[in-house]
Write a protein that binds this ligand. Structure first.
Ligand code: FPP
Length: 240
């Protein structure tokens, strides 16, 4: 792959939305207050995408590790996801947003899964912005589930082990219809990737910023995208 020229656009941006709890704590409020503020930012950032040239946005809403939080926080987050879908569905449809969910749906409440499925179906004709919400998602879990399905095809004689390539495995991932992210942003000052898009972000650029997610605005987003345009991506090649 040739080195990308500077001035490039980030077509696919993935975001680890971190810092809701600290944002609430700083205001003496419960953690869920921060998650609600964070949900409002999601809408702002999704709506900023077309103008900023971002066609794919993937957001980390709930990880396979987040079940370890208190029961009340987990329940509150699940209620928030349900309400977000109910409240935003029409708006997302009208704005040309196609919504997909990645992650393991088996552990989620069937009522929530139904809403997720319905939103995917409702918006599947849209092509303006592709919003992917990672819910009960973990990169290792995704690769494990993909490998299990792949192994099943081998066992059934549908796939020859010699033909298994990186492309083959990619086809079994939750993200099989999406391009790899160009840029991964994490808010709140933590410099970790926390099991997010492990396979897909092999050549992504990373941006770690101190801003807490509920304070992250479209203006922050625009600035980060602007500085991404000045980076040189080499994909292992020598720079020119
Ligand atoms: C991390 O902040 C955030 C989460 C685990 C939840 C992300 C959820 C939202 C932004 C809510 C809305 C999402 C959608 C799709 C409607 P944290 O709680 O770990 O913050 P902390 O590190 O300050 O404790």
């Amino acid at each position: 792959m040739p080195a990308a020229k500077t001035g490039q656009r980030a077509e696919h941006v993935a975001i680890i939305m971190d810092g809701n709890g600290r944002w609430a704590q700083a205001r003496g409020r419960p953690r869920l207050f921060g998650h609600h503020a964070g949900a409002r930012r999601v809408s702002e950032i999704v709506e900023a995408c077309p103008e900023l040239g971002v066609r794919y946005l993937t957001i980390f809403a709930f990880s396979t590790e987040n079940w370890r939080r208190t029961q009340s926080e987990v329940t509150g987050l699940m209620t928030l996801f349900r309400r977000y879908i109910l409240k935003e569905a029409q708006r997302l449809l009208d704005r040309g947003v196609r919504v997909r969910f990645i992650g393991d749906r088996d552990r989620l409440d069937p009522k929530l899964v139904r809403l997720m499925d319905d939103l995917e179906v409702l918006t599947r004709g849209n092509d303006h912005v592709h919003l992917t919400i990672a819910l009960n998602y973990g990169g290792r879990d995704e690769v494990t589930r993909a490998t299990r399905r792949l192994a099943r095809e081998v066992a059934e004689g549908k796939l020859n082990p010699e033909d298994v390539s990186a492309e083959t495995l990619s086809r079994f991932l939750d993200t099989h219809t999406l391009p790899d992210p160009d840029l991964v942003i994490r808010t709140s000052g933590e410099a970790r990737i926390s099991n997010f898009l492990l396979w897909q972000s092999a050549y992504s650029e990373y941006e770690f910023i101190d801003t807490l997610w509920p304070d992250f605005t479209a203006a922050h987003f625009a600035r980060i995208l602007d500085s991404f345009g000045k980076r040189e991506r080499r994909y292992g090649a020598v720079g020119g």
